[in-house]
Design a protein. Structure first.
Ligand code: KG4
Ligand code: ZN
Length: 421
C-alpha cells in the first residue's frame, strides 16, 4: 500500500446521507451524517422517493464536509468506497453514481461494500481505534461498552476465532458467524427474521402508540418508566417449515440462505408482537389517547418543533408506559435468548451486536449481564456508529483495498444484496 491507506466512503442506502474518511480501516479522520428524519417523520416512515431527492441534495456538501474535516483532498485518497446494497434502489444509486464519478475523475479504485458488512465493521473499527475523550463519539456515557470474558485482541487477521454478529436495525435482524481469514472476512448466515426486522417492530409499535419517528429511541426512553413484566408477551418457538424448503425468505432482505437450511432456533419473527400490541391497544381502548398524543406532540398544527422525552412522558398514562416497557423487554429477551443460544451452539466466545437497535439501553445492559454470566465477550459500537454512517463502510472496505478487490465499472445498486451464505 503506497499511500496513507485513506478511504473516502459514501453511504446512502436508506435515510442517511453519510461520508467519512478513514485511514487504514482503523482511524476515523471524519464522519459526517446528514439525517433525513425531519423529512420522513411526518409520514411515520421512510418515503423512498423523498429519500432519493434528499440524498441528491445532500451528497455533494456531505462529501465536501468529510474531506475538509479530515483535512485531506481527493488527491490524498487511495480509494473510494460505497454501499452497493442492500437498501432502497433509488437511494443507493445516488451514492453509487457519485462515488463512481469521483473515482473515475480522480483515477481511484472503487470498492463496493455490503451495508450489513459495514455494520459488523462498525464494532471492529471501534475496537481498533482508541477514541480520545473529547471526540463527539464519546459524548454519550453508553459509548463502546464492552465486557470481557477471556481477553481478545482483535486486530484484522490476528484472531482466527470467529465471532457471532447480531445485526439488528430497521431493515435487518441477522445473525452471522464472522471469521477473519488472511486479508478478508468470511460470513456465514446463522439466523434471520422471517418477517419484520426488530427495528421495524419498534418503529411500528411507536407509531401505533402515537410516538415519533424513528420509534426506537422513544420506546427506549419511555420504557424506563414502565413495568417490563406488566404485559406477558411471548415468542413461540419457530418450527422447521418443511414447505419452505428451497424457497427464498419472504422479506425485503431476500436472497440469502433458504430458511429451511437454517436452524429454526435462530430464526426471529417480530410481526406477531406488533399485532399483539395493537390488540392490547384496542382491547384497553388506548387508541384515542395515542392519536391525541400524536396530534399534540408530533403532527398537529400546534405540535412542538422538537418534542422532548418529558413531553412524551407527560402525555403517557401508566398503562401505556407498562405496555411500552413490556414490549421492549420481550423483544430484547428474544434477541438475547437466540443470540446466546447460537453462540453456544457454534462455540463462539465473542459476540458483536450492531445496527440501530444496538443503541437500545436495555439491550446493552442485558447482553452485558448475560455475557458476563456465560464468560463470553460482547461488544457494541459507539452510539454514533450504531446507526447508519460511512465510517463503517470505509472500515469494511479496508480489507478489500488490501486484497485489491475492486468493483466493476458497471457497478449498480443491489437492493436485496445478501451477505454470506
Ligand atoms: O441501522 P439503522 O440506522 O438503519 C438501518 O439500517 O435500518 O437503524 C435504524 C433503526 C430504526 O428502526 C430505529 O427505530 C432503531 O434503529 N433504533 C432503536 C434505537 N435507536 C435507533 N431501536 C431501539 N432502541 C434505540 N435506542
Ligand atoms: Zn443500517
Amino acid at each position: 500500500m503506497p499511500g496513507r491507506g485513506l478511504i473516502l466512503a459514501i453511504e446512502s442506502s436508506c435515510d442517511e446521507t453519510a461520508a467519512a474518511v478513514v485511514e487504514r480501516g482503523s482511524r476515523t479522520l471524519s464522519s459526517v451524517v446528514a439525517s433525513q428524519i425531519a423529512t420522513h417523520a411526518r409520514y411515520g416512515g421512510v418515503v423512498p422517493e423523498l429519500a432519493s431527492r434528499e440524498h441528491l441534495r445532500a451528497i455533494v456538501p456531505v462529501v465536501r464536509a468529510a474531506l475538509s474535516q479530515a483535512s485531506v483532498t481527493l488527491a490524498d485518497l487511495d480509494a473510494i468506497a460505497v454501499t452497493s446494497g442492500p437498501g432502497l434502489a433509488g437511494a443507493l444509486l445516488v451514492g453509487i453514481t457519485y462515488a463512481k464519478a469521483l473515482a473515475f475523475a480522480n483515477g481511484l479504485p472503487l470498492i463496493a461494500v455490503n451495508h450489513l458488512e459495514g455494520h459488523i465493521h462498525a464494532v471492529l473499527l471501534n475496537e481498533r481505534e482508541s477514541v480520545p475523550s473529547s471526540s463527539p463519539q464519546s459524548c454519550h456515557p453508553e459509548r463502546a461498552k464492552r465486557v470481557e470474558g477471556p481477553a481478545v485482541d482483535f486486530e484484522l487477521g490476528d484472531d482466527p476465532e470467529p465471532s457471532l454478529a447480531l445485526v439488528v436495525s430497521g431493515g435487518h435482524t441477522h445473525l452471522y458467524l464472522a471469521s477473519p481469514t488472511a486479508n478478508t472476512w468470511h460470513y456465514q448466515l446463522i439466523g434471520r427474521t422471517l418477517d419484520d426486522a426488530a427495528g421495524e417492530a419498534f418503529d411500528k409499535v411507536a407509531k401505533l402508540l402515537g410516538l415519533g419517528y424513528p420509534g426506537g429511541p422513544w420506546i427506549d426512553a419511555l420504557a424506563q418508566h414502565g413495568n417490563p413484566n406488566a404485559v406477558p408477551f411471548a415468542f413461540s418457538q419457530i418450527k422447521t417449515k418443511l414447505h419452505l424448503a428451497g424457497k427464498p425468505p419472504r422479506t425485503k432482505g431476500a436472497r440469502t440462505a433458504p430458511i429451511a437450511n437454517l436452524d429454526p432456533h435462530f430464526l426471529f419473527s417480530f410481526s406477531g408482537i406488533k399485532t399483539a400490541v395493537l390488540r392490547y391497544v384496542e382491547l384497553h381502548n388506548l387508541r384515542p389517547e395515542a392519536e391525541a398524543r400524536r396530534e399534540a406532540l408530533f403532527t398537529g398544527p400546534d405540535a412542538p418543533a422538537r418534542a422532548t422525552v418529558e413531553d412524551a412522558l407527560a402525555a403517557c398514562d401508566p398503562q401505556t408506559l407498562d405496555l411500552i416497557a413490556s414490549f421492549q423487554h420481550a423483544v430484547v429477551g428474544d434477541l438475547l435468548k437466540k443470540t446466546f443460544a447460537a453462540a453456544e451452539a457454534l462455540g463462539a466466545r465473542r459476540i458483536l451486536v450492531t445496527g440501530g437497535v444496538a443503541a437500545n439501553r436495555e439491550l446493552r445492559s442485558r447482553f452485558i449481564t448475560e455475557a458476563a454470566r456465560r464468560r463470553v465477550s460482547v461488544s457494541f459500537p459507539t452510539l454514533a456508529l450504531s446507526t447508519d454512517n460511512a465510517a463503517m463502510i470505509a472500515a469494511a472496505a479496508w480489507p478489500r483495498l488490501l486484497a485489491q478487490d475492486f468493483a466493476p465499472a458497471n457497478l449498480s445498486a443491489d437492493p436485496s444484496l445478501a451477505l454470506g451464505r
